[in-house]
Design a protein around this ligand. Structure first.
Ligand code: ZN
Length: 422
C-alpha cells in the first residue's frame, strides 16, 4: 500500500459511512414521523395516543441531534487526521514534553492530551443531550452540580485506570520485540477482566448508591425464581438511578460468586412484582445461554486481531503518512500509531455494525423465550410495554434501520415472538 492509496481509501470509507448514516437516519425519521398520527393496530388496546406521540417526538429529537453529532464527529476526525491536528499536537509535545519527560512520558502526554481535548470537544454535546434533549422530554433528573461532579469523577477514574495500562502497553511496544502485540493483548485481557471484577464493588459505587433489596414479597419472588433457575448471586441491590434519570433498567454485574443483580429504583417503582420477576428472568436467560461469556470471548478474539493488525500497521510509514501524520525517525511512534488506529478503525468497522446488532437481537429473543418458560409471557409482555413506553422507544421504527443498528428487537417483534400480542 502507498500513502496516497490509504488516504483515498480512508476518505472513501469516511464519506461512505457518513452517507450511509445519514440515509439510514433519514429513513427512520420519515418512518417515525409518518406513523406519528396513530397508534399501530397491534398496540391500540395497550398504548395511548399521547404516549405514542411522546415516543415519536423523543425519537425524532434524538435522531436529529444524532445527525448533527455525526457530521461534527466526521469533521473533527478529518481535523485530527488529514488536516494535521494530531501531527501538530505531536510536534508540540515532541519539542516540549519529550526533553522534560523522556520517551515514555512524552508518549503518555500525547495520549492524555488527546483524551482531554476529545473530552472537551464532546462536553457541549453531552451537556446538550442531558439538559436539553432529556430535560425537554421529561427524563433528566440530574443537576448541573451532580453532572459536573460525574464528569470530574469520570476523568479521575479514566486516568487512574487508563494511564497505567497505557504505560504498560507502550512499554511492551517499545521493548518486547516483533511479537509485542501478543503480550499487549494478554495484558489487555487481564486488565479487562480486572475492570469487570472491580466495576460492581469499586467503580459503580463512586457514582451511585446501592442498597440491598428490602425483604418482602418482591424479594421472596426474586429469590424463588433464582433458586428455580439454579442461579447463585452475591446479592440483590437497588440502585438510585432516579437521581440522574427517569430511564428504568435492571442488570447483572460481576463474575462467578461476586455476581450481583442490580435493579434501578425507577424500574421497581414502575413495574409490578410479577413484571420485575419476568424482567429478571430475561436477564437470567442471558446467563443460561452464556451470552455474556460469548460476548466477552468474541471481544477478546476481535481485540487479538486488532492488536495483530496494529503490530503490522505501526511498522508501515504509509500508515502514518496516509493519515496525515509524520512519524518520527528518532522517537518512538507507538502512541501515535495507537491513536491513529483508535481514530480511524471505527470508520472501517462501522460497516459490520449490522452483524453484531443482529447477533445481539437473536440473544434478546433467546432470553425472552427463557423468561417466558420460567415466568409468564403475559408478565414479560406487560413489563416490556411499560418499559418501551416509559423510555419513549418508538413502536414504529424503520425496518432497515432496525436491521442495521438495533441491539434489541422492536417491541412489536418481541411481543409477537412471545405470543403476547393478543
Ligand atoms: Zn436482554
Amino acid at each position: 500500500m502507498t500513502t496516497s492509496v490509504l488516504t483515498v481509501l480512508f476518505a472513501a470509507f469516511l464519506v461512505g459511512s457518513l452517507l450511509l448514516r445519514v440515509w439510514l437516519a433519514s429513513r427512520q425519521i420519515r418512518h417515525v414521523a409518518t406513523h406519528r398520527h396513530s397508534v399501530p393496530a397491534a398496540f391500540q388496546a395497550t398504548v395511548s395516543l399521547p404516549a405514542h406521540q411522546r415516543a415519536a417526538d423523543y425519537t425524532l429529537a434524538k435522531l436529529r441531534l444524532g445527525l448533527l453529532t455525526t457530521a461534527f464527529g466526521a469533521a473533527v476526525l478529518l481535523g485530527w487526521t488529514l488536516l494535521g491536528g494530531l501531527d501538530a499536537l505531536n510536534g508540540r509535545l515532541l519539542a516540549h514534553a519529550r526533553p522534560a519527560l523522556g520517551d515514555l512520558g512524552y508518549q503518555l502526554s500525547l495520549l492524555a492530551a488527546f483524551a482531554l481535548i476529545t473530552g472537551l470537544i464532546d462536553l457541549p454535546f453531552e451537556a446538550w443531550t442531558t439538559f436539553r434533549l432529556e430535560q425537554r422530554h421529561g427524563f433528566n433528573h440530574t443537576t448541573p452540580g451532580l453532572w459536573l461532579a460525574d464528569q470530574a469523577k469520570g476523568v479521575l477514574v479514566g486516568a487512574l485506570l487508563g494511564l497505567p495500562i497505557a504505560a504498560l502497553i507502550l512499554w511492551l511496544m517499545g521493548t518486547a520485540g516483533a511479537a509485542w502485540w501478543l503480550w499487549a493483548w494478554a495484558v489487555w485481557v487481564v486488565f479487562n477482566l480486572l475492570v469487570l471484577v472491580l466495576y460492581p464493588t469499586v467503580i459503580a459505587p463512586l457514582f451511585n448508591k446501592f442498597q440491598p433489596l428490602e425483604d418482602g414479597a418482591l424479594k421472596a419472588r426474586v429469590e424463588s425464581l433464582m433458586a428455580r433457575c439454579g442461579f447463585a448471586a452475591k446479592g440483590l441491590f437497588v440502585m438510585d438511578g432516579s437521581r440522574r434519570s427517569a430511564h428504568a433498567n435492571a442488570y447483572f454485574t460481576g463474575f462467578g460468586a461476586a455476581k450481583r443483580v442490580v435493579f434501578f429504583d425507577t424500574l421497581l417503582s414502575k413495574l409490578s412484582p410479577p413484571e420485575v420477576e419476568a424482567v429478571l428472568a430475561h436477564e437470567l436467560g442471558h446467563f443460561k445461554h452464556r451470552h455474556v461469556t460469548k460476548r466477552i470471548v468474541a471481544m477478546f478474539a476481535l481485540s487479538l486481531a486488532g492488536f495483530a493488525l496494529l503490530g503490522w500497521l505501526s511498522q508501515q510509514v504509509w500508515f502514518y503518512a496516509g493519515l496525515g501524520v509524520r512519524p518520527s525517525l528518532d522517537a518512538p511512534n507507538d502512541a501515535l500509531a495507537l491513536l491513529l488506529f483508535l481514530l480511524v478503525g471505527p470508520v472501517f468497522s462501522f460497516f459490520v455494525t449490522p452483524l453484531f446488532a443482529g447477533l445481539s437481537r437473536r440473544h434478546e429473543f433467546e432470553a425472552d423465550a427463557y423468561a417466558c418458560a420460567q415466568t409468564s409471557a403475559r408478565d414479560l409482555g406487560g413489563a416490556l410495554l411499560k418499559l418501551y413506553e416509559d423510555n419513549a422507544s418508538t413502536l414504529t421504527p424503520d425496518r432497515l434501520y432496525v436491521r442495521f443498528y438495533y441491539s434489541h428487537p422492536p417491541a412489536s417483534e418481541r411481543l409477537a415472538a412471545m405470543g403476547a400480542l393478543a
